[in-house]
Design a protein around this ligand. Sequence first.
Ligand code: GLU
Length: 394
Amino acid sequence: MNMLESAQALIQRSAKHLGLKEAEIEAFISPVAEHDFEITVDDITHHAYRIQHNNKRGPFKGGIRFHPHVDKAEVRALATLMSIKGAAVNIPMGGGKGGVAFDPREFDDAHVEKVARAYVRALQEHIGPDKDVPAPDMNTDGAVIDWMVDEYEQLTGDTSKASFTGKSIAGGGSEGREEATGRGGVIALREYCKKHGLNTNGLKVAVQGVGNVGFYFAKIAETELGVSVVAAANSKVMKYNTEGLGFGDKVFSRHIMDELNGEIRPSNDIIQADVDVLVFAALGEVIDTENQAEIQADIVLELANGPVDDEALQQIEARNVRVIPDVIANAGGVIVSYLEWLQNREGEHWGEARVNAKLDEILTSAMSDAMKRAESDGVLLKEAAFVIALERLV
Ligand code: GLU
């Protein structure tokens, strides 16, 4: 089951639970607009997309990824998940997603900058502070977004900076945005454990993916929840250390795996790590019906978008592995994006403590709503998040 099929299956199930009509479900599933175009720079053509899924609750909102796997079905799935995410955590933002199908690591910065600027030129009429507010995603960061903002300003004269979020701090970004997705995952895990009477101190954790999201999750979870991150993997290797890999005092770098002190194992072994909590913080479509039985953890935290497919989700939940769903667990990024957009519109710059406190308040209440709904309606936590979102959206 691919990510789009999984998202749509969850929507169908949750919508039927709510008694929505088939026509209402179909209308929600189909995106408002799909922009599908080509970008040619330095004589190389890359395929690009921006899918605007739903803007009922606010402007379309979602990241732009630069990755060779990007295709229309993936961007559609991710845009759909953004609509659900914004509604599940109750921020006034809709759902959208974009992508360019290329690997930026194979090109120099000058080429990547040209791609970023060309992307904005192609979409300039369709984006803007009240229309569609893109942000970073896989392989895009504050530097890429700053180029996009600059291009957008030159084209339109808009100097509000509210046309994009995830900007660098110097470029009008928010304090705490870089850590926000990881921090949100920590809050979701903390609230889940609190509700179920689990002490987080000493919980053993494995993290797949040590990019920005996985790294800050590991660091903040160690520092603030006292967990022990015993395993971490990137696409090449896994590092394992029963004493903990010691993320607490590390600084984020692209070479973080080399700095971790642990036994080297094959990357894929992370799925079967003997831990309490398994965190997916890399790609989507990692767990399906073929490999779900390998999971030994009691809790799965979806920090990536769509790492567990819908059939596998039901199978692992049936054997009492609890999944903290992506649409809440990784919503910290878009929540702080929303706070960034608010600050830009008001001409304010908040301190980090204020940003983090607001993020905490929004996510804690989203987790509480979803956990209560799962209990009262006898549905899985992920289904509860979808039910709440659809109730607000349809
Ligand atoms: N790309 C992130 C996500 O998948 C953040 C989106 C945003 O900040 O708009 O949630």
